[in-house]
Design a protein around this ligand. Sequence first.
Ligand code: 5AD
Length: 358
Amino acid sequence: MNYDFKNLSKQQMIEVFQSEDQALIEELYRQAYAVKEQHVGKKVYFRGIIELSNICDKDCFYCGIRKSNSKVNRYFMKKEEILEAAEWSWKMNYGSVVLQSGERCDKEFVDYIEDLLINIKKLSNQELGITLSLGEQSKETYRRWFEAGATRYLLRIESSNEELYKSLHPATHDHTERLRCLEYLRETGYQVGTGVMIGLPNQTYEDLVNDIMFFKEHDIDMIGMGPYVVHQDTPLANSMPDYDKKIQLGKALKMISLTRMFLKDVNIASTTALQALDPLGREYGLKAGANIIMPVLTDTKYREKYLLYNDKPCVDENATMCRACLENRIESVGETIGYGELGDSPHFKARSKDAGNT
Ligand code: 5AD
């Protein structure tokens, strides 16, 4: 079957997901890579990620740091430790950092993040870009954090299928609230990032294609999505008897390529979860159309406590080792790193320009 990959119908996207034809799959990757080169270039942008705490009020059925997992030793990084990591990444010319943690929305936490943001901007001469990945918050909190210096926010919807979402979360977690939060983020002025997990139990190819449509309809600037990877101490641990790492990886790479073909000028991350499935997972992600890498900055002593899924790579390493390793990996696929650049998504830039003109 011959496809015009640039103009696939929804049905054809589903067929591409179903296909095991290696030549067809290679051609998809090749064309997605060409679209990436044309719209966002061959530079990879670093977002150093600081996983500042694994304390979480949520209880998602797939996640290793869910509230009910009593096997996890909980930690909360000190302010000085976080600022030190941020300063290191600024000195290393990483354009941006990401602050991620388990979800909390109490006043103490909100104030703490606000203070960190102000201090990170200060220590980096206002230069370091800051992305937040801190879950669902009130509009007021999003506004405070934006005013304190964060410009991008990542909030995965996990799936655009509300029924599937319900099957993966306790009844207290609300898909509608998640969507409302994305609207708040947009209204506040953030570059908005979202994403899904790929290969979830009972997820269909149609669900994944609908996820891509969702990204488009919501005019999303950045995509952070990755394969679902089993965590042994979660309620979903045994829910996929046919779980296979190779299949998960294949689905995730097709999803990256199809999203690149369909959305073109957005930033797409080659996420660490890809590397949990294959040592070369993140390189494959770049070849399939992703253009962002998130090197882990978290101090080694905390890494083994921030395990959202099994086989998370780099837990014995430190930020310097991750930097050197990723430089080699990126070079190996013939790309360069956008050191010292913010690397905002061209989609966001175009969107802001349009808004300015009206
Ligand atoms: N496999 C893959 N991704 C996961 N996440 C949480 N648990 C898992 C898992 N088992 C992802 C979710 C969440 C992000 C921070 O991590 O998509 O939004």
